[in-house]
Ligand binder design. Structure first.
Ligand SMILES: [Zn+2]
Length: 292
């Protein structure tokens, strides 16, 4: 290592140790009532034998609950004796935003998912992003980051991924998405890319899969079910636990439907402020040019 500080965030578990390790990331946050205060962010590692290393993250945005619920549940229950490989779980990455029930961090008013690869000397969100990128990602082969649309919208229950240029990685990611087993998988072109966790994961050559499992700032019950099942399915798919992924859909379909957002034409932005009246619910079929 150079003389550059590696991170200001302290991790009190050993990410290389076998068995179940549960502890906290301790991120320094000086405030009026605590000059040397820290924010504690739970982290659990379950490792046994050799096999793929998977990272499950939730709560990068604080008002997105399904991933937080599913990853917390898995972190409490996953038995190392049943695992071949390693699962690192951080159910509430952006703890200040989680406690504040907001997308942005109340500490620095930043969207953590626009702060990657981060900066160890930067704002609180930048410091956290740097820790995830520089310290956690080198320990994993696969990153599954669970999101919903929070208060900013709604989404058909789906996984999502970039159309990564490397064909082999694209096919591996498509296969992982199919194994996750959400009703849809969206292969998308991003509006504002480069500073997301997904982009940071891809820059490191690691398989990246995201989700949108609800929205409107509430807990989507079916989204939680898909999240719980998806985490198990991913561990099965990569051979960490025994069994085949269960991908049957509620409507009887046997598998995930793959969709694609090819370019900017896939987006429609409001030209001005006002009251938005949706004419469809997420997942409805619609035609180009039709009133949404
Ligand atoms: Zn999100």
């Amino acid at each position: 290592m150079s003389s550059e500080i590696k991170s200001r965030v302290r991790c009190d578990i050993d990410l290389d140790a076998p068995g179940r390790q549960a502890g906290y990331l301790r991120a320094p946050l000086s405030r009026n009532t605590s000059g040397w205060g820290t924010v504690e962010i739970p982290i659990v590692s379950v490792k046994n034998g050799s096999g793929p290393r998977i990272l499950f993250t939730g709560g990068v945005h604080g008002d997105e609950y399904e991933g937080q619920i599913a990853i917390s549940r898995l972190a409490r229950t996953l038995d190392p004796a049943t695992v071949q490989g390693q699962v690192i779980m951080i159910p509430a990455v952006n703890m200040p935003a989680v406690m504040n029930d907001t997308r942005l961090s109340p500490v620095d008013n930043r969207d953590m998912n626009r702060c990657f690869p981060g900066n160890p000397r930067g704002t609180f969100s930048e410091m956290l992003a740097h820790f995830i990128d520089a310290i956690v990602l080198p320990h994993v082969d696969v990153s599954i980051d669970l999101h919903t649309c929070g208060h900013s919208g709604d989404a058909a229950l789906s996984t999502n991924m970039h159309y990564v240029s490397d064909k082999a990685m694209r096919e591996k990611t498509m296969a992982a998405a199919a194994a996750f087993g959400a009703p849809y998988n969206v292969v998308f072109w991003g509006v504002d890319e480069g500073a997301t966790l997904t982009s940071a994961v891809e820059r490191r050559g690691i398989l990246s899969l995201g989700t949108e499992l609800g929205g409107w700032g509430r807990v989507n019950v079916e989204g939680v079910r898909i999240a719980d099942r998806g985490l198990q399915n991913i561990m099965r798919h990569f051979g960490l636990i025994v069994g085949e992924p269960e991908t049957r859909q509620k409507d009887g379909a046997a598998a995930t439907r793959h969709m694609m957002v090819r370019d900017q034409a896939g987006y429609s932005f409001a030209p001005s402020g006002g009251l938005f009246e949706p004419r469809n619910v997420v997942g409805d079929d619609c035609r180009a040019g039709a009133k949404l």
